[in-house]
Design a protein around this ligand. Structure first.
Ligand code: COI
Length: 356
């Protein structure tokens, strides 16, 4: 059990007005959680302290070789005022898998959860309650050794910041348009694609800019070897409903194992809908779009929740989905996932953890 010190801010910021729209990732709460690591000493000095700039040497390794892990999860306030986390154990497990892949020391699971609860509890008044909003929790670890050689750092900082957020996309729950990338690739099996680390996201920027310029919200990646099999979208996993069956790319080492992805698969199975986790080629999707068997497409992610896709573009082929509207299953998944997250729907699968 961590002995977390609490140093309250002397300069509290005003909490945003519930009636002002919240743009994703732009506002940060009054406090942050910080814990240090030093080789030989382990993780130490856990504290909740003022949200403020951190001082690092310009030679800190994270700036040069990108040794950093990050996660994303959310806290919600139920109608009765309970503070609820959605499957934090899955994020913690994935964080330590990322840590292992990029040589960051493991963070004991119970300490990680205690840290999340401590910071959320400290800034509990910042959890927005309006429809479609939540408190986004961003835990991350950075390598802090002042050193320019390439090796794992011997010192780290584990930090958790909080941001009250609205929808990730400006479209909200309206369908987004997705550009299928056929020039660059995001990751390959054996690389770091299944780890949640900044390098995967910087690799996506050039394609994202290109897609934005063409009026598309995000990029859908094809695999890096055959350039044929669908992987994931920039900030989401992807699902297709083809002839009544839900199909999603299997986890193959280069795809992020999304928590919302896992939750959608579990819910569809519970509802008796056939689900296939397998290789999905872009030709299969193109053919299904052409012959009318592609019924729905949606993305899943912590930030994006369930995001219906209204159009896919691959080379010169434009594939409208559901006439640009929301499919029945996408809507049901959205309603169910957010209903469980907000404590409105019974948590049969034991996904909710309360912050007291
Ligand atoms: C999340 O969904 O929490 C993510 O980490 C995606 C991020 C790039 C916004």
């Amino acid at each position: 059990m961590l002995d977390i010190k609490f140093e309250a801010t002397k300069n509290p910021k005003p909490i945003p007005d519930e009636n002002d729209p919240l743009v994703f990732g732009t506002i940060f709460t009054n406090h942050m959680f910080v814990m240090d690591y030093e080789m030989g000493k382990g993780w130490h000095n856990p504290r909740v302290t003022e949200y403020a700039p951190i001082v690092l040497e310009p030679s800190a390794m994270v700036f040069h070789y990108g040794q950093e892990m990050f996660e994303g999860l959310k806290a919600y306030k139920s109608e009765e005022g309970k503070i609820l986390l959605f499957r934090p154990d899955k994020n913690i497990e994935r964080a330590n898998n990322t840590n292992k892949r990029i040589c960051i020391p493991q963070i004991p699971e119970e300490d990680f959860l205690q840290a999340i609860k401590a910071i959320v509890s400290a800034d509990r008044d910042w959890i927005p309650t309006k429809q479609g909003t939540s408190l986004y929790i961003r835990p991350f670890v950075i390598a802090t050794d002042p050193y320019l050689g390439v090796r794992p750092s011997n010192t780290y900082k584990f930090i958790i910041i909080l941001s009250p957020v609205g929808p990730y996309y400006k479209e909200g729950l309206d369908p987004v348009k997705i550009w299928i990338e056929d020039e660059y690739v995001r990751a390959v099996k054996g690389g770091i694609g299944e780890a949640k680390t900044g390098g995967n996201y910087v690799a996506s920027l050039a394609s994202q800019v290109k897609a934005h310029d063409e009026g598309y919200s995000q990029v859908l990646w094809l695999d890096g070897v055959d350039r044929k099999y669908i992987e994931e979208v920039g900030a989401m996993n992807i699902f297709f409903k083809i002839n009544g069956t839900v199909v999603t790319p299997m986890l193959n080492g280069s795809i992020l194992p999304g928590v919302t992805r896992d939750s959608c698969i579990a819910l569809c199975k519970q509802w008796g809908i056939p689900v296939e986790e397998r290789k999905v080629s872009i030709d299969e999707i193109y053919e299904a779009a052409k012959d009318g068997s592609l019924e729905e497409v949606w993305g899943t992610g912590t930030a994006a929740v369930i995001s219906p896709v209204g159009q896919l573009r691959w080379k010169d082929h434009i594939m409208p989905i559901q006439d640009g509207g929301i499919g029945e299953l996408s809507q049901k998944l959205y309603d169910t996932v957010t209903g469980i997250q907000l404590g409105k729907i019974e948590d049969e699968l034991n996904w909710i953890v309360e912050v007291k």
